[in-house]
Design a protein around this ligand. Structure first.
Ligand SMILES: Cc1ncc(C[n+]2csc(CCO)c2C)c(N)n1
Length: 223
């Protein structure tokens, strides 16, 4: 049986394929990604991760099912203890200070991606917001699984890859997929279309995020 998440996954497949083939991912695996590009990605992603955690808490306030609420709150906590904590080690190794984090402008794509997720919640529904969170979990898991087989010669890049291939993380992806399928049963067909749109938009922002880092995107007209 085709599930709702199979269906939305299918509709975003060309975008996902472009992420799999993106030079950022290719160079990460080959170990040739310039250190300054990775550094830039990490700084922008720090903002993304903390907003992503807040979104879990805000969506949790709006869902009725106690188990779903608990899963979302655990996700917010898991981010703090997991991904955000792992990144602290990266920051130390790369000499990224709190001052630098605070003084680096948020790039357009990171800003737009985060705002898109807030819009799905506040101008849409919690179900749309849940669909908007899913590509983040699922795409990174697929990338982690694809890259871990070959590994990267760069130790730091290898650690990044391994973050997204752990059993615990894969389990949280499965739970997020189940939560999205459940959310799809709570809305009508028009609501499911909006969930699909939220999922596709997040998938497009995931793709744009790699390019943002390669371009060191900024708000000026020229780079
Ligand atoms: C732009 C961007 N998209 C996705 C992730 C991956 N990610 C962020 S939060 C989370 C949930 C559990 O840790 C996952 C998988 C990232 N780091 N940056």
């Amino acid at each position: 049986m085709t599930t709702f998440t199979d269906q939305i996954h299918q509709s975003a497949a060309p975008l996902w394929q472009k992420s799999f083939e993106h030079p950022f991912i290719h160079e990460l695996q080959a170990g040739t990604l310039p250190a300054d590009v990775f550094r830039y990605y990490l700084i922008q992603d720090r903002y993304y991760l903390s907003e992503f955690g807040k979104l879990h808490e805000l969506i949790a306030q709006q869902v009725d099912n106690a188990q779903d609420k608990a899963f979302l709150l655990a996700g917010a906590q898991g981010l703090k203890d997991g991904e955000i904590a792992v990144r602290e080690g990266f920051f130390e190794q790369l000499g990224i200070t709190d001052d630098e984090l605070a003084s680096t402008p948020i790039a357009p794509t990171a800003y737009n991606y985060v705002n898109h997720m807030y819009a799905e919640l506040y101008r849409g529904t919690p179900q749309q917001a849940i669909a908007g969170l899913l590509p983040c979990y699922w795409l990174y898991n697929q990338i982690g699984q694809q890259l871990v087989a070959q590994g990267s010669p760069d130790q730091l890049y290898q650690r990044w890859i391994e973050t997204y291939d752990s059993d615990d993380y894969t389990q949280s992806v499965d739970q997020m997929i189940a939560l999205t399928n459940e959310a799809a049963t709570q809305v009508d067909a028009a609501g499911r279309d909006k969930m699909q749109t939220a999922f596709v938009r997040s998938s497009a922002y995931e793709l744009a995020f790699w390019q943002m880092a390669m371009d060191k995107q900024n708000w000026r007209a020229t780079a």
